[in-house]
Write a protein that binds this ligand. Structure first.
Ligand SMILES: [Mn+2]
Length: 246
């Protein structure tokens, strides 16, 4: 029986940098609003002192985000005092000339991108964490974000990321990027960080904590932007905390 040190994770998603920004002076307030939201989000996450940030997709609103914003985002991520793991979403997917194909975010010392469309994993021995994720080429029914998840490792915190729609048990083949209940229930993983749905949603199954964390820009005037922290401690259920953004 191995013993693992506790692990503190933050989970944020669906930032959508450069929403409504198509260049031009008149659109700079839109660009700066998104940057402000992301900057505030990162400050709030830093205040929670996580060891790892999971960011499962849609950092950018489209693959036409401006070069300045892409470089700005790389600088913001590189300045964080913890490890960041990311996958693309449907808005910043791996289409030809997609942002993550053109710009190597993994060259940032603290950032790792999981880009393989077949899924790939990264081992972080210093965190005793094993992280799996998949790159999306196309948001379609054939793309299944959690398909091919490898078996969990006994000596690691087993973490996964996915960007898509939770379809429960319906086996709903016409939905794009479906995430199925059984894939979570049968995973044996500790935590699955999901993105795409812009509101908080708990889809935990069978001892695996799985959440959509919501987005930093709220979906309505009545709601707040959110992110999550997850405290993993051996012998205890994952402790998930919701954080509201101002
Ligand atoms: Mn999305």
């Amino acid at each position: 029986m191995s013993t693992k040190a506790p692990l503190r994770i933050a989970h944020a998603s669906d930032i959508h940098l450069d929403t409504d920004y198509f260049g031009g002076e008149e659109n700079l307030p839109s660009r700066d609003y998104c940057r402000g939201v992301f900057g505030n989000l990162l400050e709030c996450i830093k205040a929670q002192a996580p060891q790892l940030l999971m960011l499962p997709g849609d950092l950018f609103d489209s693959n036409r985000a401006s070069l300045e914003t892409i470089l700005w985002a790389m600088e913001a991520l590189a300045a964080l005092p913890f490890t960041v793991v990311m996958i693309p979403g449907n808005h910043d997917c791996l289409e030809p000339r997609g942002i993550f194909l053109e710009h190597d975010f993994a060259r940032l010392p603290n950032v790792d991108m999981l880009l393989s469309p077949q899924g790939e994993s990264r081992d972080f021995p210093e965190l005793q964490a094993f992280v799996w994720g998949k790159g999306m080429e196309d948001h379609c029914p054939e793309y299944r974000p959690l398909e091919g998840l490898p078996d969990p490792r006994a000596d690691r915190w087993n973490l996964a990321m996915g960007h898509g729609i939770y379809v429960g048990n319906e086996g709903n083949r016409y939905r794009s990027s479906p995430v199925e209940k059984s894939q979570i229930a049968n995973s044996g993983y500790d935590y699955i960080a999901l993105g795409h749905h812009h509101a908080l949603l708990n889809v935990s199954q069978n001892g695996t904590a799985a959440f959509y964390c919501g987005a930093p820009i709220p979906i309505s005037k009545e709601s707040q932007g959110t992110f999550l922290t997850v405290q993993l401690q051996e012998g205890q259920a994952p402790d998930v905390t919701i954080h509201n953004l101002d």
